[in-house]
Design a protein around this ligand. Sequence first.
Ligand code: SF4
Length: 205
Amino acid sequence: MAAPATLLKAVAKEAASCTLCPLYRNATQTVFGEGPVKAALMIVGEQPGDQEDLAGHPFVGPAGKILDRAMAEAGLDRQKVYLTNAVKHFKNEPRGKKRLHKKPNRYEVEVCRVWLRQEIEVVRPQLLLALGVTAAVALAGRSVVLSKERGKVIAFADGQPGMVTVHPSSILRMPEQEARHAAFAALVADLKAAVKAVAKQAAAA
Ligand code: SF4
């Protein structure tokens, strides 16, 4: 059996030519997950954004910068986390010179799970943290109400321990500064809870 790093590279290579759903047509490239192959924590977002699509790396755009700040405040080292998305191509709608983000539909999320599932199988993180409803539904395999379930460990599909929180892009869209600060603090609190949960799992192992 190949080493996990080799396996993950092979999956990423296969995903790069994926045409299983129509989203590859309007995107530059697949944006596969990145991070240590033995990461204890895997963070899963919705899909790459405009900048991620061009760069080919996850969480390098404005939402990624918020996540970086929140992780730093929570004492989480980005280099130790495996970061990926539920959907690997950027779904967008051209508007003039801009490409506007479009939410992936259930079919696209379901089809793209073939890659997320393989990332999880290879990395085998102790905890999965879903950012936003799309990732939460993809991981839990059921509907999820973030406000009710955030901050605590819940069982995802196949019994994997996971947590849910908001997607950092939702903070960017808030018009009021006060609301943005409160939402950012809540995201940091959820990340801290994820760090604690990972430490607890490691102690119990
Ligand atoms: S979004 Fe996912 S399933 Fe659809 S083409 Fe891209 S990699 Fe394949």
